[in-house]
Design a protein around this ligand. Structure first.
Ligand code: MG
Length: 312
């Protein structure tokens, strides 16, 4: 299989953690519900391809996201995490946390919003009320010894509100870090961000005491900016990047089939720059192609399309 010529780029981190979100963020946005056995096989293939951090599912009430209504069953099928593996799950509230902890989960994520409109639509609460809901979730998760991530959606624009002030994003991020989150994930949920905007937000966060070592970035490719924005963040010292195998998962709020940054596209770029990532690209492309077959449509990832079926 073809691989990129390796030419190191100055100013890049030596190593990047690929935070795989396909099984959760990807499949959550699918029209149809994927059988739990297929999900489990997808996760196994991703882990076997060398992805050490794979977000598995979400412990939300089934009526919120029917596609992920099988969280307990999926965890049971997968069994305990292997050595060195991190397998976070989303938890919206204390009930979700209880369910997650009961399955033996050791990493969880709460999901906040930088904007009122999205907080209302996603959690049926104001930003303030959703933060109040997360407080005890984060505390109890930490008390139980779990690692906690705080997602922040709509950091670069909101489909209902338009531009989102950087200061507003920083405020929500600071609140989540003050609760004790181990890591933030900055989400460009509708994919409208551009590199200067990324730098401005990272600078503002650093001014607020939140350094790039506490940040993951979560870009969407709706406007073709995901990889460019990711490279900008890496150049600023971020070393955790969210990506979805095969580019699974359009955003229902962006009216576009293009959603998450494809893990293959990220891995290709990292490999070319000589940045360590630990992923076997060929095995990953095979896993994504297999999943695309299960879903009955081709992967939107450029790298999967270029490499799948090629004998080179
Ligand atoms: Mg996403």
């Amino acid at each position: 299989m073809r691989t990129p010529q390796v030419e190191p780029r100055t100013g890049m981190p030596a190593q990047v953690t690929v935070y795989e979100v396909g099984p959760r963020d990807g499949l959550q946005n699918e029209q149809s519900t994927v059988p739990v056995e297929v999900k489990a096989e997808f996760v196994r293939r991703l882990l076997a391809a060398g992805l050490e951090t794979v977000e598995l599912t979400s412990f939300v009430p089934q009526r919120w996201v029917p596609q992920l209504g099988d969280a307990e069953e999926l965890l049971a099928l997968l069994g305990p995490a292997g050595q060195g593996q991190q397998r976070p799950v989303l938890v919206p509230n204390e009930r979700g946390l209880d369910r997650a902890l009961a399955t033996g989960v050791t990493a969880v994520a709460v999901f906040g919003s930088a904007t009122e409109s999205f907080a209302r639509r996603n959690l049926n609460r104001s930003v303030e009320d959703s933060l109040a809901m997360f407080g005890p979730v984060v505390q109890r998760a930490l008390d139980a010894g779990a690692w906690v991530r705080g997602y922040v959606s709509m950091c670069f624009g909101d489909p209902w509100e338009g531009p989102v002030p950087v200061e507003q994003v920083v405020t929500v991020c600071s609140r989540l870090m003050d609760m004790g989150c181990d890591q933030l994930s900055l989400g460009d949920t509708i994919g409208v961000g551009t590199p200067g905007h990324v730098e401005r937000l990272l600078d503002a966060l650093e001014d607020a005491g939140i350094g790039p070592d506490q940040i993951g970035v979560h870009f969407h490719d709706t406007y073709g900016q995901a990889l460019s924005n990711t490279m900008t963040a890496l150049h600023r010292g971020v070393t955790v990047v969210d990506a979805s195998a095969g580019g699974l998962g359009g955003c229902p709020y962006a009216r576009s089939a293009t959603g998450n940054l494809a893990t293959e596209d990220l891995v290709w770029a990292l490999q070319g720059m000589g940045v360590r990532h630990g992923v076997d690209l060929e095995a990953l492309v095979t896993a994504s192609s297999w999943m695309a077959e299960q879903l009955g449509r081709p992967s939107p990832s450029r790298v999967v399309r270029a490499l799948a079926g090629s004998a080179e």
